[in-house]
Design a protein around this ligand. Structure first.
Ligand code: GLY
Ligand code: MN
Ligand code: MN
Length: 430
């Protein structure tokens, strides 16, 4: 979608938010809402701050992920007002805002102080944000029911939000291609991370989450957080889970690549990708997301069987005996939006067989979810399995030959449409 078309959706998005927020405020007995963008705290015992990324409701309106000490007032029947923190400060820069349609909808005021603005006649006001920052504001803070209702306003994305998420995907895919090329050149995790940042034009600190870049065994740590600066002698696998923020909206994409000569691992990657595509196709209105999670376990059981890793058990038994849980310990995915694990996914707790599932809702048009099955060789989960009753069904030789590849995850971002789904990750990738 061209830039003009995207921007033309921005006003509709804001009108929709105004209407959703007005209803929520009325339902909860408030006339207005003051949202604190937040600010990075100082590190303990240090004069340096943590890197800042803004508060969800503030991003929902403005998309401004890096702006600290700003305040946004939403008031029924009035234009929203945004106080932008722009101090005269020779240590730091004030970034100019690009001119965009939202500035016709939201009144902008420049603020020299990081403190909350004095409000004229706001009626009954709620203030939401980091408790450490709103502590001194003499209003009602973070009312629980109001926060839950505001989270709900983020569940069904507007057309503007879906386009922003699609852009965040397109940008991240350029990085994923660069990462794959760097892996093919035998580069280290650190060099691959540089290639990803260079290709996406985004510094690591501004990414929606710490990019996970694991070579070989490291691919088997779900949220592997380090980057080796030396390449491994024998590159067997790359797992990269990395996204981009676009106007506040996150992508969250994972790709796994087999190294040269890794035919068994490559076959597993191929099998998991085919399963992942089938699971993406399940995304549609009326589908219980928990069913997609359960379907993923059946598919992984079939893959474990077909690859010869598990023998002598039916696919049902492989799931029931907990074998798929050892190979695929996390949930099938989550909501995605201005936060990578977007809010309001679990109005009911996850079922016992899926304790880490972050989304337990029935899908509806406008929701955006990730679909991210995995298959890993995680020693702390495999050893009890091998030592137990089902150990005799695991092909140890095959397993040991694959352990050094760490694991596989394949993750796309999928929007629920009126009739089915739109895979935002594969829109352009083919
Ligand atoms: N990147 C974290 C996740 O996939 O949930
Ligand atoms: Mn994810
Ligand atoms: Mn991810």
């Amino acid at each position: 979608m061209p830039e003009d078309a995207l921007l033309s959706l921005q006003l509709d998005h804001l009108k929709e938010l105004q209407s959703r927020y007005e209803s929520v405020l009325a339902d909860n007995g408030f006339d207005s809402l003051l949202i604190a963008s937040g600010a990075a705290p100082y590190r303990h015992g240090d004069d340096q701050r943590w890197h800042f990324q803004g508060y969800g409701p503030f991003l929902h309106w403005t998309g401004l992920a890096g702006r600290e000490n700003c305040w946004l007032l939403i008031r029924s029947g009035h234009k929203p007002v945004l106080w932008l923190y722009e101090p005269v400060d020779f240590w730091h820069a004030n970034q100019a805002l690009p001119e965009e349609p939202w500035q016709a909808f939201i009144e902008l005021r420049s603020n020299q102080s990081p403190d909350a603005p004095v409000l004229d006649d706001p009626g009954h006001v709620a203030v939401i944000g980091d408790p450490a920052l709103i502590d001194g504001v003499a209003r009602e803070h973070n009312p629980e029911d109001l926060l839950a209702a505001l989270d709900e306003t983020r569940v069904h994305k507007t057309a503007y939000e879906i386009e922003c998420l699609a852009r965040a995907n397109a940008l991240a895919l350029v990085g994923h291609r660069a990462a794959r090329d760097a892996f093919a050149n035998g580069e280290s995790e650190f060099s691959i991370s540089l290639a990803y940042q260079q290709a996406t034009g985004q510094r690591e600190a501004d990414a929606p989450y710490h990019s996970i870049i694991g070579l070989n065994e490291h691919a088997g740590t779900l949220h592997y957080q380090y980057y080796d600066t030396r390449p491994p002698g024998h590159p067997r696998s790359l797992l990269i889970d990395a996204g981009v923020r676009f106007r506040g909206y996150c992508s969250d994409i994972t790709r796994t690549t087999a190294g040269p000569g890794e035919s068994h691992f490559a076959a597993l990657v191929h099998g998991l990708e085919r399963l992942q595509l089938r699971l993406c196709e399940m995304v549609a209105p009326g589908v219980d997301y928990v069913d997609i999670h359960r379907k993923s376990h059946q598919g992984i059981a079939a893959l474990l069987s077909a690859s010869g890793l598990v023998t002598g058990l039916t696919d049902e038994d492989i799931v029931e005996q907990g074998i798929t849980r050892a190979f695929f310990p996390h949930g099938i995915g989550h909501f995605l939006g201005v936060q990578v694990h977007d809010v309001a996914g679990k109005p009911t707790p996850p079922p016992e067989d899926a304790p880490f599932l972050r989304l337990t809702r029935t899908l509806e048009p406008g929701m955006v979810v990730t679909i991210e099955p995995g298959l890993y060789f995680i020693p702390s989960l495999l050893e009890p399995l091998l030592a137990g009753e089902v150990g005799r069904h695991i092909n140890r030789e095959r397993l040991n030959s694959l352990r050094g590849c760490g694991g596989i995850r394949i993750e796309d971002n999928v929007a629920v449409t009126e009739t089915g789904n739109r895979n935002l990750t594969r829109d352009r990738q083919g």
